[in-house]
Design a binder for this molecule. Structure first.
Ligand code: UDP
Ligand code: MG
Length: 138
């Protein structure tokens, strides 16, 4: 077990649907430390950096259109196995596969508008945190 940091995004659908408090409450109840928190717009530029691994995918354009469509909430959380634990709390990418009790299982039906983002490895977390919170990258 290692203390890790990971990047959380509450995507524009989550903000628009007033799920920010619910999601931050789950993070806090779980016991993670909130190190950084901010509401912002994802620009085309930030999207290209954050989703660079998906640039050649067929869903990249609609994904970026969605992610830049309204404000999102970005956070850095820290705790034991934070990267994998937050992915477990979110559930799988496609909400149809997400068990009840996970964020995507409870709040999403759409593979694109799936409410939250979480880094998928410690290395990805380091890279993504540097984009949104350079002061918290380590
Ligand atoms: N996405 C999409 N269509 C797909 C797969 C993914 O629109 O067929 C979007 C969805 O919002 C997802 C994001 O692209 O969360 C990044 O995809 P990834 O496979 O990295 O899923 P995640 O790590 O977010 O679970
Ligand atoms: Mg991913």
């Amino acid at each position: 077990m290692a203390v890790e940091r990971t990047l959380v995004l509450i995507k524009p659908d989550g903000v628009q649907r007033h799920l920010v408090g619910e999601i931050l409450a789950r993070i806090e109840r779980k016991g993670f430390h909130l190190l950084g928190l901010r509401m912002m717009m994802m620009t085309e530029d930030i999207a290209a950096k954050h989703y660079s691994e998906h640039i050649d995918k067929e869903f990249y354009r609609p994904l970026v259109d969605f992610m830049t469509s309204g404000p999102l909430v970005a956070a850095v959380i820290e705790g034991d196995d934070a990267v994998a634990e937050w992915r477990t709390m979110m559930g799988p990418t496609n909400p149809a596969n997400a068990p009840a009790g996970t964020i995507r299982g409870d709040f999403a039906t759409n593979t694109r508008a799936n409410v939250t983002h979480g880094s998928d490895s410690v290395q990805a977390a380091r890279r993504e945190i540097a984009i949104f919170f350079p002061e918290l990258a380590h």
